[in-house]
Design a protein around this ligand. Sequence first.
Ligand SMILES: *Cc1c(COP(=O)(O)O)cnc(C)c1O
Length: 373
Amino acid sequence: MHFIDLKSQYTALKPAIDARIQRVLDHGQYIMGPEVAELEQRLAAFSGAKHCITVASGTEALLISLMALDLKPGDEVITSPFTFIATAEVIVLLGGVPVFADIEPDTCNIDASKIEAKITPRTRALMPVSLYGQVADMEAIQELATRHGLPVIEDAAQSFGASYRGRRSGALSTFGCTSFFPSKPLGCYGDGGAIFTDDDRLAQACREIRVHGQSKRYFHTRVGVGGRMDTLQCAIVLAKLDRFDWELERRRALGARYHALLQGVPGVGLLAVRDDRDCVWAQYTVFVDHRERVQQELQQRGIPTAVHYPRPLHLQPAYEALCCPDCCPASVHASQHVMSLPMSPDLTEAQQDEVVAALREAVAAAARTQELA
Ligand SMILES: *Cc1c(COP(=O)(O)O)cnc(C)c1O
């Protein structure tokens, strides 16, 4: 069994993907070809945001957004410590300071009620992360941001396609940033990402920063980066959009089915999904005790697992000076207990049953070894 099955998706979409790739090879506009604008229009329409700007990766999307906001050295950005490193990395790259607010223990998303105490005169933006495919509490966060005059950047790398109170992830704040890394809910076959915004001026800034800050050829109005998404990757995402609604339905259905099958299994804790939003399960993640042991037991039964993430950012060697070691206890607890199970739209119910049966055995076996020890 694969942790993420990308092969079945390619098999299902092969004629469309191959034709899209061939068309790019035929016209030869590998950089900023017609597929780039086509994808941006399709994604803007899908998300409900006015503008979509494709970029080289999810990391680049976050970086360019902060550059468009003119983040300066010493500026603080409040974010979650329980995320992929890129979220904080881009802040530090620009000389900014990530300030970590702890997560809700049951959703693993930033706890909106913990943000206000972290706001200082140097705070320049709030950057919630929609982890595992569930949007953070964006209205509470937006209310705070409005009160303090701060922009909000949603790190939507794992949540493209998810909804929150009837609106789409990515289109809920000043900026939404997503990733098309192959294993994300909407993936390409390399690196890619996108920025969403309703703000004309910020959208223009992002478009310029993406191509070395140029407003016309060889005329640079600002400092930028080489941050374009290439035409081939845009073509691949376009082909995948034909199946994306079906895939989102599968993700939601498989997530609900995992939840139903694992409800009440001793030693397995479930992630909470709030009533006003859904989860597209970029990862299907549970909480377990004796995680390493459970993973070994699952491995022996042919079930691959992963940990997103084993160490919160405020305890990473390169970042630990930024936060007191004991200031985000829920993030530390989550980092010690989370474990992700196989998940992709093409996972079958039979495979899912196999995972659940193996997990029941693995958790029981791990508990037994613990008692003997
Ligand atoms: C994947 C991911 C990123 C980075 O995206 P890349 O396309 O790999 O650069 C950023 N934040 C989160 C939460 C992610 O999961």
